[in-house]
Ligand binder design. Structure first.
Ligand code: PRP
Length: 202
C-alpha cells in the first residue's frame, strides 16, 4: 500500500491528468473529500506547500510538488522524478519603466518565497527588506509597498496586465515526484513501479 500526497491549486489538474494517464482510470476527489482510495493506493488532497510536510513526516510515502516549494524550505526527502508538468519560474518582477536601484541602502521586496528571495539577494550582497505576502504579489510595487517582487511567472500574463516585467529569473521550476526516505527503502519496489508508470506517461 502506498500513500501519495497530491497538490491542490496550480498543478492539481495536470497532476490528476498525469495519474489518470498512468493508471488508465479517472482520478477525482469527490464532494470535497480529501482522501481517495484505489487498489493498493491512497491519495491525499493537500495544499501544495504542505505536500513535503506529509512526505517528510511519513504520513505520505510519496508526493507531487513544485521545485519552487521544495527550494523554499529544506526537507529531508528523496527527489525521484521530474514530472515535467507545471513549468514556471520564480522571477524578480519590476515596474516596466524601472530598473533595480543598486545604490539604495535597502531594497523592499514583496514575496511568498522568503527564503529563495533571501538567498538570491545575499549572493548579490544586496541588503533587502523582505515583505511576506500570501498572494496577489504583483500589487505590491503598484501601491508602493515594495520596490520589486519575487514571484511565480507561468504565462507572464499577470505581470504584463499589471505593468510589470521580469528583471531576472531565479529558478526554473517543474513538479517533482518526491518520496519519504524510509518508504524509499522499505517500499522501493512499489515506488519504482509507480515511478516508471509516471515516467513513460510523459
Ligand atoms: C500565481 C503567481 C502569479 C501568477 C502568475 O498566482 O503568484 O500571481 O500566478 O501566473 P501567470 O504568469 O500565468 O500570470 P496564483 O494564481 O497562485 O495566485 P496568488 O499569488 O494570488 O495566490
Amino acid at each position: 500500500m502506498l500513500t501519495v500526497a497530491l497538490p491542490k491549486g496550480r498543478i492539481a489538474k495536470l497532476t490528476l491528468e498525469k495519474f489518470e494517464h498512468a493508471f488508465k482510470e479517472k482520478f477525482e476527489f469527490h464532494n470535497r473529500k480529501l482522501i481517495l482510495k484505489k487498489t493498493n493506493f491512497t491519495f491525499l488532497n493537500v495544499r501544495s506547500q504542505d505536500v513535503p510536510t506529509y512526505v517528510n513526516y511519513g504520513s505520505a510515502d510519496l508526493g507531487v510538488v513544485g521545485l519552487d516549494v521544495l527550494e523554499e524550505k529544506s526537507y529531508d526527502i528523496v527527489k525521484l522524478l521530474d514530472l515535467q508538468i507545471g513549468k514556471c519560474k520564480v522571477a524578480i518582477g519590476l515596474k516596466e519603466n524601472e530598473t533595480i536601484n543598486y545604490n539604495k541602502s535597502l531594497i523592499k521586496v514583496a514575496t511568498k518565497h522568503e527564503n529563495i528571495t533571501k538567498r538570491y539577494f545575499e549572493k548579490k550582497a544586496m541588503p533587502v527588506d523582505i515583505i511576506k505576502l500570501y498572494g496577489s504579489i504583483e500589487l505590491a510595487p503598484l501601491v508602493g509597498l515594495a520596490d520589486c517582487i519575487v514571484d511565480i511567472v507561468e504565462t507572464g500574463e499577470t505581470m504584463k496586465e499589471n505593468g510589470l516585467k521580469v528583471a531576472d529569473t531565479i529558478l526554473e521550476s517543474t513538479a517533482y515526484l518526491i518520496a519519504n526516505k524510509n518508504s524509499y527503502t522499505l517500499k522501493k519496489q512499489a515506488i519504482f513501479k509507480l515511478k516508471e508508470l509516471l515516467d513513460v506517461s510523459v
